[in-house]
Ligand binder design. Structure first.
Ligand code: ZN
Length: 446
């Protein structure tokens, strides 16, 4: 059982009397005590001669989602020190680097209001001494391994260059990486995370937490950071507040493409499936990928091949159009039809012909009802064998009324549903790409 007490940020900020004469409340202290990632305790002290009858705390963590996440909490007035605790076990926690603002609205016995000045704090994981380096709009924070930050920042910059200049997919907002020295230390920074996760992407904070032991920074770290950066940037570019989603083959194909030249494992998978007529119907890759076994690697490789075909044949402009058509809420077939003039099956026919595969003989599988509901539209890879809804993906969104404990009583039947919502999904743990990449490396070595 990991018990963490990492941070105590004490902000003894403003001691600020009200700006105007609405009320005579004299504020003596206004602070937020952070026990990251578990809780924030807000405290407001005022002078004893002041009679406060009502108090409302308003706080908000800056996000890049579609929802207004400000919370207004009525706080009981029992004495000269008002106190309220935001217990993050209910809401999930924001990542390190997230910025919170808050203020209090006080009403005195005469109905006059005092609004305290807005305060700000940045969440920090103070267990470690972080180094930070930046390049452009990418920040790399790490603490273990001398070269780790440089290696991974170089990889991220290279990946972003490929995304923007070869793939036509531009980054919209700054992205922050927090690289932990191992997986456990990373997981301890997040309340809700599966014990298999090697990283977690907080898409609404444009922040990725990864566990990267220095020994594997150069190989696993490089490719994984490019892959996950791609998911975040694609998610920014194709952000949809009206429920638009992308098929998994597109998201994963783009992310593998963003890793650069396909590695031997990807090339071998494509070659084997060409020889054995082993490709699966593309439509079956609209939704969740296979959870286990060889199918995982083949699904990534096939997706890469399809995306590579789209770029080679139709260029970046069409890909931009496709991403925007999907963001606009069009279905997968509709969006493809509008941009390329074929649906998913038509794409499969063209792609197979282009790579020299035999025409497919099996009939297309119907699109599962849930396929469009798989939360591929969030910026991240989908942990296919784990439930993304419920606790694991409970968005760190602040609500007026705390939601019931989101811990799921049982994993949902496959595949994950979209109950988390496209804009409400704040964090997605990832590992499969890691496993996949790592497997590939091991195979290469072997
Ligand atoms: Zn992925």
């Amino acid at each position: 059982m990991k018990k963490i007490w990492y941070i105590l940020i004490l902000l003894l900020l403003t001691i600020s009397p009200s700006a105007h004469a609405q009320s005579d409340a004299v504020i003596e202290q206004n602070r937020a005590i952070v026990d990251f990632p578990n809780s924030v305790t807000f405290q407001l002290g005022y002078a004893s001669e002041t009679t406060i009858t009502d108090a409302v705390l308003t706080y908000e963590v800056q996000q890049f989602g579609c929802l207004d996440a400000a919370a207004n909490v009525p706080v009981e007035v029992t004495g000269e020190l008002l106190s309220w605790e935001w217990v993050m076990i209910r809401s999930g926690n924001p990542p390190p680097g997230a910025i919170m603002h808050w203020h209090w609205t006080l009403t005195d016995a005469n109905g006059r209001e005092t609004i305290t000045p807005v305060q700000e704090l940045t969440f920090v994981d103070e267990r470690f001494d972080w180094h930070t380096i930046k390049s452009g709009d990418i920040s790399m924070n790490w603490y273990e391994g001398k070269q780790v930050g440089t290696i991974l920042l170089d990889a991220a910059v290279e990946g972003l260059d490929r995304l923007e200049n070869e793939m036509g997919i531009e980054m919209v907002s700054d992205i922050n990486f927090y690289i932990y020295g191992d997986y456990d230390e990373m997981r301890d920074a997040v309340i809700y995370i599966q014990d298999w996760a090697g990283g977690v992407a907080f898409s609404e904070y444009n922040t990725i937490l990864m566990g990267v032991p220095p020994a594997i920074a150069e190989d696993w770290g490089r490719s994984t950071i490019q892959h996950e950066l791609a998911h975040l940037v694609i998610g920014q570019y194709g952000q949809s507040c009206i429920g638009g989603r992308r098929p998994t083959w597109l998201d994963e194909g783009l992310a593998v493409y963003a890793e650069g030249e396909p590695d031997a494992e990807t090339r071998n998978s494509i070659a084997d499936n060409l020889k054995n007529n082993g490709f699966v119907p593309l439509r079956s890759l609209n939704g969740a990928f296979p959870a286990h076994g060889d199918g995982v690697g083949h699904a990534y490789a096939q997706s890469y091949s399809v995306v590579n075909f789209l770029f080679e044949t139709y260029g970046t402009g069409k890909m931009q159009e496709l991403l925007l058509a999907l963001a606009a809420g069009n279905g997968y077939d509709e969006a493809l039809e509008a941009v390329y003039g074929f649906n998913v099956d038509g794409l499969e026919v063209e792609w197979r012909a282009a790579i020299g595969a035999d025409p497919r003989t099996i009939p297309p599988t119907p699109t599962p009802i849930v396929a469009a509901a798989v939360p591929t539209a969030v910026a991240q890879s989908i942990p296919r064998h784990m439930p993304t809804p419920g606790a694991a993906s409970q968005p760190p969104i602040i609500v007026d009324t705390p939601s019931p404990n989101p811990q799921p009583t049982s994993p949902p039947a496959s595949p994950p549903s979209a109950s988390t919502g496209i804009c409400g999904l704040g964090m997605v743990p990832f590992m499969l790409t890691g496993i996949y990449a790592f497997t590939r490396k091991k195979k290469k070595r072997g």
